[in-house]
Design a protein around this ligand. Structure first.
Ligand code: PSV
Ligand code: MN
Length: 426
């Protein structure tokens, strides 16, 4: 299914009058505060988030998977789903592929399809956390860190294959996330595992094209429950430094122990020019992969505050690769992704309202109360009309979710693909 821009235009007509008056009120208020509204609108329009190819179907838990009907069963259909989200939100202009789940059979056809939907190929992800039918070695006891050389070599080669696939599609980065670790004390020698991982990453890095970046993702636990080789940002940062200037740390919001100050991690990495990628999701307890902003929207706002500070003050840090990395067990995956995109834009818009000059002054004066007031005034501003206006100016829907339902997208997809189609992924 492909959404015709006229359908969106038509639907917007019903919402236009109310939206215009809400936007006008907000713009007047912001102008009084000397906020450059047009600049914020442009920043919102420019902010594009990659959709992971594995988030278009229903995810599962270890207790079961309840399929969502009309799921995409080919890469082409996955791109079409992202095309739908992008047409409505104008924020999802990229896809992040996971190999081997998404190896194209016809590269030109896939590239053409993506181009026709205004979708770019963002970071490609390798997968050495599952065994594949055509491989000889097993990753049960690790991949790049495995004590067996043959396993490490197979995993290194897989990562190189991923780079080659990404190159054919026009990707410019790869993400390495390892499930490597141990579940019982004594099972693994920490130093050996880390050394092997470092050597393996260096071998992959050697094959990285000059204009590519490598993102190294960390995670404290799961699937390993005692130790994980790349457990935290410090380990990832160290490995990225060891590899070289094209290697960076990737922060996934769900990959922290409870109450970790993620905004401070972001800030440190940007100061050191080593934050490369970002995975959005939300969580209450662990790597819950819930809809962005559904649990801790204020934390997300604080993270955006640091990201904006870094983007404005740290030329040593590259442009970031943004991606949603969530899983949908109960909701329509496309509706969930639309909600996530809305939450990202909202948090970004609120953080853009922070008067950085005033904040700095208050910090220098040790005026703690004013510091808090500045942050909370921005956070408590209802920025939804700004987000809607940014979308509208790009030809998107004022209310993407409402449009999604009124266009009966899911019903259409079920008609086209059937009730039993299942997307690849976890
Ligand atoms: C691991 O939990 C992770 O966050 C990594 O980004 C993976 O590649 C992704 O989820 C999908 O498995
Ligand atoms: Mn992730």
């Amino acid at each position: 299914m492909i959404i015709n821009p006229d359908q969106i235009l038509n639907n917007n007509k019903t919402d236009q009058t109310l939206h215009q008056s809400q936007f006008k009120n907000l713009a007047t208020l912001l102008n009084q505060q000397k906020v450059d509204v047009n600049q914020i609108l442009q920043k919102l329009a420019d902010f594009q988030v990659a959709i992971p190819s594995w988030a278009l179907g229903a995810g599962g838990t270890r207790f079961g998977r309840f399929s969502y009907q009309g799921e995409p069963s080919s890469l082409e259909q996955k791109l079409e789903d992202i095309g739908i989200i992008h047409a409505l939100t104008k924020t999802a202009g990229a896809v992040s592929l996971h190999i081997p789940w998404d190896i194209p059979s016809d590269y030109n056809a896939i590239k053409e399809k993506a181009e026709s939907l205004a979708i770019k190929f963002d970071a490609v992800n390798s997968n050495t956390f599952q065994d594949q039918p055509d491989t000889t070695e097993s990753y049960k006891f690790g991949s790049l860190s495995n004590t067996a050389q043959a396993v490490r070599e197979q995993a290194i080669q897989h990562n190189i294959d991923v780079i080659n696939i990404g190159e054919k599609l026009g990707s410019k980065s790869m993400t390495v996330w390892l499930a490597d670790g141990s579940s019982f004390p004594g099972q693994s020698n920490f130093q050996t595992a880390l050394s092997h991982t470092q050597d393996s990453l260096k071998k992959i890095y050697k094959q990285l094209p000059d204009d590519w970046k490598m993102f190294i993702e960390y995670k404290p636990y799961e699937p390993s429950f005692y130790s994980t080789v790349i457990q935290d940002w410090g380990t990832s940062f160290m490995l990225a430094n060891e590899c070289g200037e094209k290697a960076f740390t990737l922060v996934d919001l769900g990959h922290h122990l409870p109450n970790t100050n993620i905004e401070q991690i972001v800030s440190t990495l940007m100061l050191k020019g080593k934050l490369g990628g970002f995975h959005f999701n939300d969580s209450k307890y662990g790597d819950d992969d819930l809809t962005v902003g559904s649990i801790k929207p204020y934390a997300l706002f604080l993270i955006f505050n640091e990201l904006i500070y870094g983007m404005n003050n740290n030329p040593q840090n590259p442009e970031l690769s943004w991606m949603i990395d969530a899983s949908h067990n109960l909701k329509d995956p496309l509706e969930d992704l639309i909600q996530s995109l809305e939450a990202i834009q909202t948090a970004y818009a609120k953080a853009l309202l922070i008067n950085q000059k005033q904040l700095k002054e208050a910090q220098i004066n040790h005026d703690v109360v004013t510091c808090q007031e500045i942050l909370q005034n921005a956070y408590q501003t209802d920025v939804r009309p700004l987000v809607r206006e940014a979308r509208l100016r790009e030809g998107g829907a004022i209310h993407p979710l409402k449009n999604y339902r009124s266009l009966s997208v899911r019903e259409q997809l079920i008609k086209e693909r059937g009730k039993d189609s299942v997307a690849t992924g976890l």
